[in-house]
Design a protein around this ligand. Structure first.
Ligand code: AHR
Length: 501
């Protein structure tokens, strides 16, 4: 029987809660309808935020939310989204469907949403079409406690105290939708713009994120790190605290993403293989970062990741609305296990996106809401947040097609503050059940509980049948007298086992 070895005495590093972060862009029905319906909506809401979605997301213990984009961030002018709603400027969302953006969701609404979710704030600034002054003023508006024109404007708009901005992105995808810049040009702009991200609250300095590479663009990482990483003149932090990486899983490539719900076994394995590729990206970009920052002061921030398929037939192509199957669940399982295992490098990751866009947690249709298989993965994995990654190794077998081979099992293990051990396991086979023996270095397991998410590879939840796939208690495991755990992993399943301290 294959084994999973866990050394509970070897703590590899802290799994930052931010690895379980999320992303909400002004894109399709993510913000409008998905999160925000307005105070006057017949859909139950608190200060405009829809109650059903907020309550569902609260169960995930969302640690941080990124906003307002994405590509939208580099055409967003924050002053359009403050003050009386009727006076707010309207704009066309040119990246996402050319629809009218009425700016009724702006800075105050985002902060209200984060406060309802109880999460940290990650705001992405505009370098592509915004000025340094505009960025500087946004920071002043949000975080300055004293008397100043911008702080006074915030007060006039109803917010006396400054907010806390935990993370700030200086531009997004500036190699593409954020300005089509060369890395050298962006690196210089980054140095300049970040200078004016002032630290008004010295007790809670803003963590600055530099725009990093798309997928395997190692040249970008090298040039940007070389020119912009400097720590030497830092007053609080250096020029940058983190550099981002974006990676989407497109099973058939950018021009042939494929259906979210109709796919065969070959496409299943192509998807799994591409999900596994994020590990190589983290390692390769990390090697380049190490050249310039050998002390590893700068973190890797995977602030966009997930599955990107064709939009659901009949929906607006600019809205990126897709269904979510067990395949998405296994991609999330693989990715999060990899992020956990690289927690010494990765400080934050933000799946794209939280509601109604790409690999979402929640889908809505008017007043209806459903939870996706990916939602349940985040609920099962939340126990890893702030845990200590434990050294673990699984004996695996290669499965897949001739071109796309993957290990049959994905795993990661952590210990929480109470000493309980959390094991998350994925069986990537869609036909074979796996029996696994779980052995500890010295510990003898005595008490454990487990939950499972499983179903056919292409199964998903619909508004008619919203509970087709859901997390359930799982009992197909046993604890031997010697403290070894035997567990059966059904095909296409993800299991979370909690072993008591
Ligand atoms: O998440 C959708 C889009 O993907 C984001 O706006 C952009 O940053 C990326 O290309």
């Amino acid at each position: 029987m294959p084994k999973l070895f866990i050394n509970e005495n070897k703590k590899v590093g802290k799994i930052h809660e931010e690895i379980y972060g999320h992303f909400a862009e002004h894109l399709g029905r993510c913000i409008y309808e998905g999160l925000y319906v307005g105070e006057d909506s017949p859909i139950p809401n608190v200060n405009g935020m829809r109650t059903d979605v907020v309550e569902a997301l609260k169960e995930l213990d969302i640690p941080v939310l990124r906003w307002p984009g994405g590509c939208f961030a580099d055409e967003y002018h924050w002053k359009d989204g403050i003050g009386p709603k009727e006076d707010r400027k309207k704009m066309i969302n040119t990246n996402w469907g050319d629809v009218l953006e009425d700016n009724s969701f702006g800075t105050h609404e985002f902060m209200e949403l984060c406060s309802q979710l109880g999460c940290k704030t990650y705001i992405n600034g505009n370098v592509g079409s915004g000025t340094v002054q505009e960025m500087a003023e946004w920071i002043e508006y949000m975080t300055f406690d004293g008397v100043s024109p911008l702080a006074d404007l915030r007060r006039k708009n109803g917010r006396e105290k400054p907010w806390r901005v935990d993370y700030f992105g200086v531009g997004n995808e500036n190699w593409g939708c954020g300005g089509n810049m060369t890395p050298e040009y962006y690196a210089n702009l980054y140095r300049r713009y970040q200078t004016f991200v002032k630290q008004y609250n010295v007790d809670a300095p803003i963590y600055k994120i530099c725009c990093g590479a798309n997928v395997d663009d190692y040249h970008w990482t090298e040039k940007v790190m070389a020119a912009a990483h400097d720590h030497t003149e830092a007053k609080f932090h250096g020029h940058m605290d983190g550099i981002s990486l974006h990676y989407y899983v497109h099973p058939g490539g950018w021009d042939n993403k494929g259906s979210a719900t109709r796919f065969d076994e070959a496409e299943w394995f192509r998807t799994m293989y591409k999900a596994m590729f994020i590990e190589q990206l983290v390692e390769e970009h990390g090697r380049i970062m190490d050249i310039f920052d050998p002390e590893r002061k700068i973190d890797l921030i995977v602030d966009e990741w997930g599955c990107w398929f064709d939009v659901e037939p009949g929906t607006n192509p600019g809205f990126l609305y897709q269904q979510n199957t067990m395949r998405d669940a296994l991609v999330a399982c693989i990715s999060l296990n990899i992020f956990n295992k690289h927690c010494r490098r990765i400080k934050m990751a933000n799946i794209a996106q939280v509601v109604n866009v790409l690999q979402a947690m929640v889908l809505t249709e008017g007043e209806k809401m459903l939870l996706t298989p990916t939602y349940y993965i985040f609920r099962m994995y939340k126990h890893h947040q702030n845990g200590q990654l434990l050294d673990s190794f699984a004996e695996t077998t290669e499965i897949g097609t001739d071109d796309y081979k993957v290990p049959d099992i994905s795993e990661s293990v952590s210990m929480d503050e109470k000493g309980n051990i959390h094991i998350t396991l994925g069986n990537l086979s869609i036909t074979e059940e796996k029996d696994l023996e779980i052995l500890f270095f010295a510990k003898k397991a005595e008490k454990a509980r487990a939950t499972i998410l499983t179903g056919a590879m292409d199964s998903y939840n619909t508004f008619e049948n919203p509970e087709n796939i859901k997390e359930e208690e799982y009992h197909a495991f046993s604890i031997m007298e010697n403290g070894i755990i035997n567990v059966i992993l059904p095909p296409c399943s993800v299991v979370h086992i909690e072993v008591e301290a």
